[in-house]
Design a binder for this molecule. Structure first.
Ligand code: ADP
Ligand code: MG
Length: 238
């Protein structure tokens, strides 16, 4: 479970068309990266998939079911933001538990899920701290933990590492890739960083001004970029 199909999806803010009619098939279990320069519509499209933004036209299907007007909480997806969006007054434990408490999951089950996520993310020793007492990398792990416990059919990441320093970023890339392997769940990962895209993706969608120029594996984009924009962005020799 975790396939997402976009059919002729568009988005306008007032009269400005920021997503042009766009088709994309995201496969169950793949790690797909949306890459492209700032302002090209990556976050807007991700938010539309999450249901945080309406579509102006077109349809979104999740696992083969029409989901265009399904509210965010019912889409079975979990979003991880660059800004972490943690509750500063709550402990790590309660931040991770929050979506489960909202969904009225039994306390014993919540406890078990938190422990499992904490082990996976190296947070076991930090569960009673507040976000303010954590490093940037640890905060981002908490945000990922909060997504994991919901067992979403897909994770949506919006530039999750851009607030971290360079060496931490490299570590976190590896951790997220490992997580993808062990969870075997669809991940959509937005970044403007070509290196991140090339090293993490099963497939990359290259965005430019509200359209997707090309979708393919890192090797396909490198070897056969469809135009100069893709070649320039990916750094291949065309
Ligand atoms: P990216 O994530 O690729 O940097 P965005 O999706 O954030 O790009 O933005 C795409 C375009 O849509 C930009 O021109 C941005 O200014 C515009 N935009 C995004 N959100 C809004 C909004 N709520 N109202 C008006 N314009 C918006
Ligand atoms: Mg963005």
């Amino acid at each position: 479970m975790g396939s997402i199909t976009l059919k002729q999806v568009t988005k306008s803010f007032d009269d400005v068309n920021v997503i042009k009619p766009l088709d994309l098939d995201i496969r169950d279990g793949e790690f797909i990266v949306f890459v492209g320069p700032s302002g090209c519509g990556k976050s807007t499209l991700l938010r539309m998939i999450a249901g945080l933004e309406d579509t102006t036209s077109g349809t979104i299907e999740i696992d083969g079911k029409e989901a265009t007007s399904v509210p965010p909480a019912k889409r079975g997806l979990a979003m991880v933001f660059q800004s972490y969006a943690l509750y500063p007054h709550m402990s790590v434990r309660n931040n991770i538990a929050f979506p489960l408490k909202q969904a009225k999951v039994a306390p014993a089950v919540i406890k078990e899920k938190i422990e499992k996520a904490a082990t996976m993310l190296n947070l076991t020793d930090y569960l009673d701290r507040k976000p303010g007492q954590l490093s940037g990398g640890q905060r981002q792990r908490v945000a990922i933990g909060r997504a994991i416990v919901r067992q979403p059919s897909a994770f949506l990441f919006d530039e999750p590492l851009s607030n971290l320093d360079a060496s931490l970023r490299v570590n976190m890339r590896l951790e997220i890739s490992q997580l993808h392997k062990s969870l075997d769940t669809t991940m959509i990962y937005v970044t403007h960083d070509q290196v991140e895209a090339m090293t993490m993706a099963d497939r990359i969608a290259v965005f430019n001004g509200g359209i997707i120029e090309q979708v393919g594996t890192p090797l396909e984009l490198y070897r056969k970029p469809v135009n100069r924009f893709v070649a320039g962005f990916i750094g291949s020799p065309k």
